[in-house]
Design a protein around this ligand. Sequence first.
Ligand SMILES: N[C@H](CCC[C@H](N)C(=O)O)C(=O)O
Length: 281
Amino acid sequence: MLFTKVHGLGNDFILVNAGIGERFPDDYATLAKEMCDRKFGIGADGLVLLLDSGVADVRMRIINSDGTEAEMCGNAIRCVAQYLYEHNIVRKEQIKVETLAGIIVPQVILKNGMVEAIKVDMGEPRLQRAEIPMVGEAGQVVNDTLEVDGQKFYITAVSMGNPHCVIFVEDIASIPLHMIGPRIEYHPAFPKKTNVEFVQVLNPQEVRMVVWERGAGPTLACGTGACAVAVAGVLNGLTEKKVTVHLPGGPLQIEWADNGKVYMTGPAREVFHGEYTVYKS
Ligand SMILES: N[C@H](CCC[C@H](N)C(=O)O)C(=O)O
């Protein structure tokens, strides 16, 4: 099976263009766990499948390294847009991508005919009660206190199609992410589990964050997480609507625009191509 290794600010993925009729087992959970394993497989935070779509230019499925499927992935969709454009599969500057979070529209930003960056219309923060029980009846974001092993956290629960639990702290360096991350990821308050972001506000236009991702653990960057952080920052009166989000892998530019949509701008990188031998599992 042919694949392309890509990443957005170090959040890395195995991209399989299944739309060209690749024959491989449809047990994506097992396939993702196998391929994403950093010792026995290729190694990645997730598996991205490109499939045919009846409603958009392409359908993107994102499977975390633990085999669970996510509704959306910000870093991956930038990589997908760049891949489709530069390989002449969808030679359009605005590409419609069908996801479980709806149709998401990345726009490639060109320089000398090559993709320099990608700006993604990530849609409006989707605040359905079903996803995050703490979201208020009216669908507005709800701040709440979450108790974890006797410790209380003041959280802002935001959905970008996938669930995020945003926690503002004085100093992110003091956060034991590997200890507290999984406890919040699996907290019963989040029936679909959650991504977890700890954020330190540097000034109203800049924040620094670390992330424990649902189904993947600590990653170098999380695009949907950066969007959720930007929304939470505005709702808590801590940041402006345009903010630079500094992640361990690098910065993303996020804007929660007056039209209610969140826009994410950042890079994508194609690292190598390869052929993977699927285990005869
Ligand atoms: N682990 C996430 C999916 C990947 C999101 C992240 N890598 C991004 O760039 O948005 C989840 O289960 O919701």
